[in-house]
Design a protein around this ligand. Structure first.
Ligand SMILES: [Fe+2]
Ligand SMILES: [Fe+2]
Length: 273
């Protein structure tokens, strides 16, 4: 397992000088996509402690969370922030992030964890599926090579996180004798939550610093969120996302084919709203 992590990429490997800055600067949508992601990633340490506490005594999980997972999520935040600062240096990232963090901290509560460790791991698989899909979509949505490169690197990390959580999940699934229905329940609930609070919170605080005169304009903020979601949605590859979401159910291939249709309908309902 150390092999992959040892070879983890570095922010210095990104060549910001290749960015056609004057051109990219015009792309307001891109600004919001990158800035919002930088906030949520940078806030990762808020819930790492919750998770570590929840898995206290399981050294394999807690060691991986603190040594690799948290470090990689924070690096995502740092790299995205560096991108924002390079292209939009006038944006006061620090100030906006401070406001975001204050509100975000109230959203990351221990009570939000799932009832058992196994179910929480299934939920983490959903979250990593969501982030992997987001960055894959982000990479597809732009032809700016440096952001493409960065988003692809991050997406690869998110898939690797998913694989770790999935491996841990399988261990607990046996221990806790989790039935498919309970797992399906968690997957469904978390999928519904994917595009909610966190992202909205980030958008609001980015707007507050970027265009303070519009911060109180709820319709504008809603419209902005819808536009960002629209970009992600248009570039999603639902097949890959669906596969990742369904994997913790460990269904026989025959059943998977049957159940795939209603789940796809459900996903489209969630993502296309
Ligand atoms: Fe991340
Ligand atoms: Fe992740």
């Amino acid at each position: 397992m150390a092999g992959h992590e040892a070879a983890h990429w570095k922010i210095e490997e990104l060549d910001f000088s290749r960015i056609a800055r004057a051109e990219v600067r015009q792309d307001d949508n891109l600004f919001y996509l990158v800035a919002c992601a930088s906030f949520i990633e940078s806030g990762s340490d808020l819930y790492t402690q919750n998770l570590v506490d929840f898995f206290q005594g399981d050294d394999e999980v807690t060691a991986w969370l603190t040594r690799y997972w948290e470090a990689e999520e924070l690096q995502h935040g740092k790299a995205l922030r560096a991108y924002v600062s390079h292209v939009w240096p006038e944006f006061d990232w620090e100030a906006a992030y401070r406001g975001f963090l204050e509100e975000y901290a109230t959203l990351c509560k221990v009570e939000l964890l799932s009832p058992t460790r196994g179910l929480e791991l299934a939920a983490r698989c959903v979250v990593e599926t969501g982030t992997a899909s987001y960055y894959r979509a982000l990479a597809r949505s732009t032809d700016e090579p440096v952001l493409r490169d960065l988003a692809t690197r991050i997406a690869t990390d998110e898939v690797s996180h998913y694989k770790h959580f999935y491996r841990f999940f399988r261990r607990y699934r046996q221990e806790e004798k989790l039935g498919r229905l309970r797992v399906l329940g968690i997957i469904g609930r978390r999928t519904l939550e994917l595009k909610s609070e966190d992202a909205d919170c980030a958008v609001r605080h980015v707007v507050r610093t970027r265009s303070p005169e519009r911060a109180g304009d709820a319709a504008y903020v809603r419209q902005l969120s819808a536009r960002i979601n629209g970009t992600v949605r248009a570039n999603l590859s639902p097949g890959a996302t669906l596969k990742m979401l369904m994997r913790p159910l460990e269904l026989p291939a025959r059943v998977e084919t049957v159940i795939q249709y209603p789940i796809r309908q459900f996903m489209e309902h969630v993502f296309l709203r």
